[in-house]
Design a protein around this ligand. Structure first.
Ligand code: ADP
Ligand code: MG
Length: 605
């Protein structure tokens, strides 16, 4: 029946964004905190969400510090299947950039070609082109760093790349580059210049601590500044600190110090034109200490792949990035910066992909620290996570009753409920009941599966109490002949009215089969919890559950805590739950602590 759908959907749409819990599934963007509506303008730090595709580890250069390079052999070329798998993962995780980085002119290394020819390609650039086309087809913008290329090669790849890069590393002649034909500074400068002539948005940078001096760094920065003055194509410069790797010629090299990195960032800020982003890789440097020196970009961060050049340094999760950039506005960007999109510095083939991704990034918005919650409920705050299918739930210290009429805060309450909830979710999961619980990230913070919530409060009652005794002629404490399930329509403004099976179906909240399933799950939860509490000397009087859906499966969501259950001491009848607060029966924190002590004796709260 279609009218049912209409009534239901209209109600949701009429609610304002903040209250629209259905929107948690991503239908509306009201939770995205945009920098411009915070009132304060914090300095912006950008990053790009990427996947890293090392097409080959074979390289004609043999730099003294590198562990990326490998000799030709089994697996030396990333297979097209593997590329597709990574691209799919990236697309699924909302990545916008496919970073193709690989060894320079591997064709010059004896024994390499057969491995590439196996996949039907006669040069690595041809292979890169084909894989970049696949990336575009999946909605990711390619950025290639292939080492030294000539102008024709760059023109060819620019048809399918939104930007390209080559680290200048240093203008100095250093021993680390002794066996590297491609690391001759003049050749690298010439290539960056060619990229400028071709109007390719370009990334370059310095590698610190490979044997160059501070004045070499200044000279390198001045060269880059000069190239940009002429061609205006340098969108970002990476200040990357070399990390000595065991097993390389330079394993005992000290590498760059924090001071070196800070000094070079300051130097870059002084020397380079302000439209060039100054980038540090947050997985290498002590980002929190370097950012204030003038960093404006954190480069590509991957929720999917590792940093193959520095595999021992994991990228921070996007959550951690938000903490690292406290006091700044963390903003996502594409691998082609806005100014170059505006100028149209891209091949027409890339237009649609760029436009779509610009939109996607805009919709995701900007993270401002502290990140605003997607939804702020009566007792918990829900934040988006870097993973689109996960949410971060913070159990706050707020306590409310009678639909928010009574409201207080109690220190430690969030932690107590989160601990109980974790405990019960794990217990139910072990009993075969699917729950949204993934893990705890702090004592009051739970990472959960993102669900599309079913707007029902599913209540299971074993003993008459609370609203049941008000609405019906039944005395508090009456043991019911069997457990009953009742349901309320979850809607604070309407006072969570009771709803029945027919209404649930006619409003298309659940199908008949889903309804049976939800009731069965509720009864299963009751069976598991009642038995457990009984063993702890506690009577489970009644409790409330919330369910939600993800990928067609119904999961138990929300919380199972002293806020959502009515618990009585089996002998004395004393309350251990929210009734202590509702009816001022004593100290609610002591009561909650007592429950935890009984259910998890070794917990320290
Ligand atoms: P409320 O005031 O609406 O009861 P809470 O303070 O309980 O809010 O905060 C939690 C909110 O998040 C609830 O609206 C709940 O329905 C919703 N929620 C709980 N678990 C999930 C989940 N896994 N996915 C999406 N939303 C969830
Ligand atoms: Mg709630």
């Amino acid at each position: 029946m279609t009218t049912g759908i209409r009534i239901f959907k209209t109600n949701i749409a009429a609610e304002d964004g903040k209250r629209d819990r259905h929107g948690l599934s991503g239908s509306k963007p009201p939770y995205v905190s945009h920098a411009h509506n915070t009132g304060i303008m914090l300095p912006v730090i950008t990053y790009s969400r990427n996947v890293f595709l090392p097409l080959t580890f074979v390289c004609r250069n043999a730099c003294g510090y590198c562990i990326f390079r490998r000799p030709p052999g089994e697996g030396c070329v990333l297979s097209p299947d593997e590329v597709m798998r990574i691209l799919r993962c990236g697309a699924g995780a909302g990545c916008t950039e496919a970073l193709f980085t690989f060894g320079e002119h591997p064709e010059e290394v004896a024994g390499f070609m057969p491995w590439l020819e196996d996949f039907g390609y006669s040069s690595i650039l041809e292979y890169c082109y084909a894989m970049a086309e696949e990336a575009l087809a999946m909605g990711l913008l390619p950025h290639t760093n292939a080492g030294i290329m000539n102008a024709d090669e760059m023109r060819y790849l620019s048809e399918v790349n939104a930007s390209m890069g080559l680290m200048l590393e240093t203008t100095a002649d250093i021993p680390a580059h002794r066996n590297c034909p491609g690391k001759e500074p003049a050749r690298r400068i010439a290539m960056i210049e060619d990229a400028g002539r071709l109007k390719i948005p370009f990334t370059t940078g310095l590698l610190l601590g490979i044997g160059e001096t501070s004045s070499d760094r200044r000279e390198s920065l001045e060269v880059i500044a000069g190239l940009h003055r002429r061609y205006g194509h340098i969108q970002e410069i990476i200040i990357q600190n070399f990390c000595p790797k065991p097993g390389t010629d330079m394993s005992a090299f000290p590498g760059a110090t924090l001071q070196d990195i800070q000094e070079t960032v300051r130097m870059a800020k002084e020397i380079l034109s302000p439209d060039i982003a100054i980038q540090i890789p947050p997985n290498l440097a002590d980002a929190a200490k370097v950012i204030p020196c003038g960093v404006t970009d954190l480069g590509g961060i991957s929720p999917v792949t590792i940093d193959y050049v520095n595999p021992e340094h994991p990228w921070p999760a996007l959550d951690e990035l938000r903490v690292l950039t406290k006091g700044y506005t963390l903003k996502e960007r594409l691998c082609i910066h806005p100014e170059y999109i505006r100028r149209g510095w891209f091949h027409p083939r890339l237009r649609d992909c760029i436009k779509n991704l610009e939109n996607a990034v805009h919709m995701r918005g900007t993270f401002v620290i502290p990140a605003k919650p997607l939804y702020e409920g009566k007792a918990k705050s829900v934040y988006s996570s870097e993973k689109p299918d996960e949410l971060i739930v913070v159990f706050r210290n707020d306590m409310t009753a009678f639909n928010g009429v009574k409201h207080d805060k109690f220190t430690g309450k969030g932690k107590l409920n989160a601990t109980a909830s974790e405990f019960f979710m794990k217990m139910l999961e072990a009993e075969g009941i699917p729950t949204h619980f993934i893990r705890m990230s702090a004592p009051d913070t739970m990472i959960v599966r993102r669900l599309e919530m079913i707007p029902l409060e599913v209540i299971v009652r074993n003993v008459a109490a609370g609203s049941m005794t008000k609405k019906y002629p039944v005395a508090e404490g009456t043991v019911l002949d069997w457990p009953v399930v009742t349901m309320d329509y979850k809607d604070d403004e309407r006072g969570d009215p009771m709803i029945n099976d027919d209404l649930i179906q006619v409003f298309h909240i659940l199908t008949a089969e889903e309804l049976i399933q939800v009731k069965k799950m509720a009864m299963d939860v009751n069976r598991v919890l009642s038995r457990f509490f009984d063993e702890c000397g506690i009577r489970l009087v009644d409790f409330k559950l919330e369910f939600g859906k993800a990928a067609g499966t119904i999961y138990l969501g929300d919380e199972i805590s002293m806020d959502s259950m009515r618990l009585w001491d089996k002998v004395t009848g004393e309350s251990f739950d929210k009734d202590v607060y509702r009816f001022d029966k004593g100290d609610v924190i002591t009561a909650y602590r007592n429950v935890l002590k009984r259910i998890i004796p070794d917990v320290e709260m």
